[in-house]
Ligand binder design. Structure first.
Ligand code: PLP
Length: 374
């Protein structure tokens, strides 16, 4: 079977889903063109309203991208030099970068071996009187252990920011990502579960005062044009991207369902040879990524590549070992679980339109590899 010559299988194929959404997107874009309102018009406002309703929060603020969402959230809490923010070392760089960009110090805590998310039992030991917030990341589309995290945060009166960039629509006890912490941050980078065709992001909150502050911060700290009460940023949600996202939002639940189906087929095929991604009972995993763990993952990646099947490593270097964070003085061995996972993890192609035939091809290569390497 693995000798079949098939078209290459990428990690994500955005063109396949375009066929489904092309017409509603073109109609939505045309409305923007004809409106003459190109910054913060009716599409951006409508998207904020619709996404807030989808997540189950009263407020949403559209911003430039997911990284800005994180940075603006920290700014909303006046977090800066001298402050510490706890987060996971096993995430995309932007999570730690946002903390450092506001002048605060990232403080890392190792992850849970099964879910790859921040291990709540390790948070308390790094809390100091400078700790102002925790940025909890819902990695690969699976929410972190929010109950314990919210409890620690409440005990020490620190803020919780959910980095839900990979987790739109994911659930924890029936509550969606971005609705539990003080603030939720989303990215609509094209390959995310809800993707724009450019950069875009959004912040959710339950608190009116935070909402009002974030609306100002994203627009140069002004409420009324040319009157600036805060130092903010230029990080508005682009009107054209909002139009695209509005056209795609009605498909989100279908796309998430299809991702779960792809994940289910992978797990069914591998569970005897590999530990499948662990999904605790109360968690609605949306499988932004489907990752497996194995000792010789580099060899499997090569084998897949030989058959024109993509794979990827999210992420090869934990944040505490990144060159840009050398100044924090962490060293190899500080977060053994994150380090071990970074050496063993491999993401397989997953996207809503991945056909059963293509997936079967990926599965056959992985299974053959696992069997010949036993
Ligand atoms: C994608 C991502 C971001 C950054 O989002 P951008 O829109 O690319 O700025 C931040 N955190 C995580 C976990 C992400 O996956």
């Amino acid at each position: 079977m693995s000798n079949h010559s098939l078209t290459p299988i990428p990690m994500v194929d955005l063109k396949e889903e375009l066929a489904l959404v092309r017409n509603p997107i073109l109609a939505s874009l045309t409305e923007v063109l004809d409106s003459g309102e190109y910054i913060l018009g009716t599409k951006a406002a409508q998207l904020e309203e619709d996404v807030a309703r989808y997540i189950g929060v009263p407020y949403a603020v559209g911003v430039g991208n997911g990284t800005d969402a994180l940075q603006l959230s920290l700014m909303a809490f006046d977090i800066g030099p001298g402050d510490e923010v706890i987060t996971t070392p096993f995430t995309f760089f932007a999570t730690g970068e946002a903390i450092a960009q506001v002048g605060a110090t990232p403080v890392f805590v190792d992850i849970d071996e099964a879910t790859y998310n921040l291990d709540p039992s390790r948070i308390e030991e790094v809390i100091t009187d400078r700790t102002k917030a925790i940025i909890v990341v819902h990695l690969y589309g699976q929410m972190a252990e929010m109950k314990s995290i919210m409890e620690v945060a409440k005990k020490y009166q620190i803020k919780v920011i959910e980095d839900a960039c990979q987790a739109i629509g994911s659930e924890y006890n029936g509550v969606r990502a971005g609705a539990i912490g003080d603030i939720g941050c989303f990215s609509f980078f094209p390959s995310k579960n809800l993707g724009a065709y450019g950069d875009a992001g959004l912040i959710t909150t339950n608190q009116q005062s935070l909402y009002e502050k974030l609306m100002q911060l994203r627009n140069h700290g002004s409420e009324q044009k040319y009157y600036h009460t805060l130092l903010g940023m230029n990080s508005r949600l682009d009107e054209f991207q909002a139009a695209i996202l509005l056209a795609k939002l009605p498909y989100l639940d279908i796309f998430l369902h299809q991702r779960k189906e792809v994940a289910r087929r992978y797990t069914e095929s591998f569970h005897q040879q590999l530990r499948p991604p662990s999904v605790p009972q109360n968690r609605g995993h949306t499988f932004h990524q489907y990752c497996i763990e194995l000792d010789n993952r580099d060899e499997l990646a090569l084998e897949l590549n030989k058959h024109k099947v993509a794979s990827a490593i999210y992420y090869p270097i934990p944040l505490h070992l990144q060159v840009a964070f050398q100044y924090l003085k962490y060293k190899e061995g500080d977060f053994p679980i994150a380090e071990k996972t970074a050496k063993r993890i491999l993401a397989l192609p997953i996207y809503p339109m991945l056909s059963i035939q293509k997936q079967a091809y990926v599965i056959s290569i992985v299974k053959e590899f696992l069997e010949s390497n036993r």
